[in-house]
Design a protein around this ligand. Sequence first.
Ligand code: SF4
Ligand code: SF4
Length: 368
Amino acid sequence: MNPQGPLPEPPLALLAELTHRCPLQCPYCSNPRALVTRAGELDTASWQRVLTEAARLGVLQVHFSGGEPTARRDLVELVRHAAASGLYSNLITSGVQLDAKRLAALAEVGLDHVQLSFQDADDASGDAVAAYDGAQAKKRAVAALVIAQGLPLTANLVVHRRNLARLPAMIEMAAGLGASRLEVAHVQYYGWALANRAALLPTRDQLEAADRVIEAARARLKGRVVIDYVMPDYYARRPKACMSGWGRRFINITPSGKALPCHAAETLPGIDYPSVTTESLEAIWRRSDAFMRFRGTAWMPEPCRSCDQREIDWGGCRCQALALTGDATRTDPVCALAPDHALIERALTEPPTDDLTFRRFAAARIQA
Ligand code: SF4
Ligand code: SF4
């Protein structure tokens, strides 16, 4: 019997981070602070092999992400391969590099869904936080193209202190563009966002106002638009079940081919993440030390070890525990029961700043 319990179920989804290249520079980007350059990216054949292996392993969905996945010239080939392998494919994009011809080609080869991010409802503010002139207008045009192509559209609305006042307008804009689902997601404070926490973390008053906005919008748009709402976990009493538990539902493949249990996991020291260039996805999922390390409950310290929530939130987020305490094995400080919870309370009283570090290669460490 292995100490992590029975062999895991197949993963539900594969997040294919095709590239870290992106024309936008969002200061809350979920990419790591150390970025992979174009020269370090997996080639087309390697990605196709990964997709084949994923389908064999039982993966149902592939999310083509980045960076900006449309920066890859072979995106149509990869979507075609995913569809031929029986995978449901979702394109997570900023949209600014998409046009009608490319979208039609993607739909033609079997793309199932588009998730388009919006930074704001106000053009000047949206363009400023993305550091890209004309981004907002381009995104609205791309939303219309997605609808015209007959593809389902999810609008991803990332919210933080600087745009929460315009949340009602953001929801109206996205619903008006024809999105059938909205994902309103507060910034999660890892990587670039953690570096910008003092400029982005909302106040409690803003959060309470946002809750009311979401509730009203859900009632108003019922039957027409589904609204998912991701809270900022700094204001929660219990942590989120990060990735539904380490190595339980998701595999993330970085642009260079490292397999991670979540997109931020590379920050954890002392873990030798396996590469799809040398190991099969099945071996990685079932047997690699990296995926076993925090799978299940055997690794947990107190208070998680004897807590009745341990198979609900799986002890929260390992990357957040590391980022805030310096030790990935600690209980996520977001939990009010965690010995390190004072770190969160202190962060909530941090003086706000307007300074932002934008996500750009020049401000990043380079992986390859
Ligand atoms: S969050 Fe912004 S910078 Fe990061 S990949 Fe998405 S669009 Fe690009
Ligand atoms: S003590 Fe651990 S298992 Fe219990 S609620 Fe907090 S993080 Fe979750």
